[in-house]
Write a new protein. Structure first.
Length: 285
């Protein structure tokens, strides 16, 4: 049976596989298509698309935006973005500038806690956008922690001692930005937004009014019951089902391409449905 993965990350953001390595690994895993959806950047897309052609693997150009929310973690994946959109590039440059400010704030907090860690060391861990996983790697290498989970639970996660919030863009701006690139906006890992059915229903309805077109029905941490809940929500609001592992490589070693933590399977028909939806609106695939 043909499997796909429409939520993956590379070294262009906070993954550990280069775009080329990611595509080759997906091909070797037997996947028929993947979407590269790095955080706030499209830098890895040309390389991924080129290797996709060479290997015969379908690569969907994408990105993932962190969006301001008063409820929970709100991430929007854009599928079929224009990798060469000048407007997207400018916005991503601004977002990355905000990320630099946040990174500096986190490192200052870590230093204040007595840890010997510098921005230069963190930069040495990153091939693309610098993020908290690169800080975690330095912490582990220096013996301050034994695992990524320990670093994030104690210091870098939302309840961590060195946490600093991101200055994310608004949902309205995110959807307008993706529309300008003819991308299909998909709500990523919806249960991170909220696990409460009433809150999730309300937020999805609100986002649908803003331009949300898809939702990740299939995700690494979803149980069968959770998948069914999101399926019902997708039907209720006319959203296209999507799905992916949120693969980051060695940063999240329990998550495998196309398989998540072991039970994930996104059938190729999900991609067919998304393509049909786009074609019905005169959009390219």
């Amino acid at each position: 049976m043909s499997a796909i993965d429409l939520h993956t990350h590379s070294t262009a953001s906070d993954g550990t596989f280069s775009p080329a390595e990611l595509v080759r690994a997906a091909k070797e895993s037997g996947l028929t298509a993947i979407a590269l959806t790095d955080h706030d950047t499209m830098e890895g897309l040309p390389e991924a698309l080129e290797v996709g052609v060479k290997t015969g693997l379908e690569v969907i150009p994408g990105c993932e935006l962190s969006v301001h929310s008063d409820v929970g973690v709100l991430h929007v994946v854009g599928l079929w973005v224009d990798p060469y959109s000048e407007r997207l590039k400018r916005v991503f440059e601004d977002i990355r500038a905000r990320r630099v400010e946040r990174n500096e704030a986190v490192i200052n907090k870590l230093q204040g806690l007595g840890f010997d860690i510098t921005m230069e060391e963190v930069q040495g861990q990153a091939a693309g956008t610098i993020g908290r996983p690169h800080m975690a790697r330095v912490m582990i290498q220096k013996g301050y922690a034994k695992s990524f989970d320990e670093v994030f639970n104690e210091y870098l996660g939302k309840k961590g001692k060195a946490y600093s919030p991101k200055n994310n863009i608004s949902a309205e701006d995110a959807f307008e930005l993706l529309r300008s690139s003819d991308a299909t906006p998909v709500l990523a890992h919806p249960f991170l937004l909220s696990s409460d059915d009433e809150i999730l229903d309300r937020e999805v309805a609100r986002l649908r009014e803003m331009g949300l077109q898809g939702i990740e029905v299939y995700y690494s941490s979803h149980t069968i019951e959770m998948t069914d809940r999101i399926k019902r929500l997708a039907r209720k609001y006319g959203l296209q089902p999507s799905g992916g592992s949120d693969f980051h490589g060695y940063v999240k070693p329990d998550i495998k391409l196309g398989k998540g933590t072991g039970n994930l399977f996104v059938h190729h028909s999900v991609l067919d449905g998304l393509k049909a939806f786009r074609q019905s609106r005169g959009l390219k695939i």
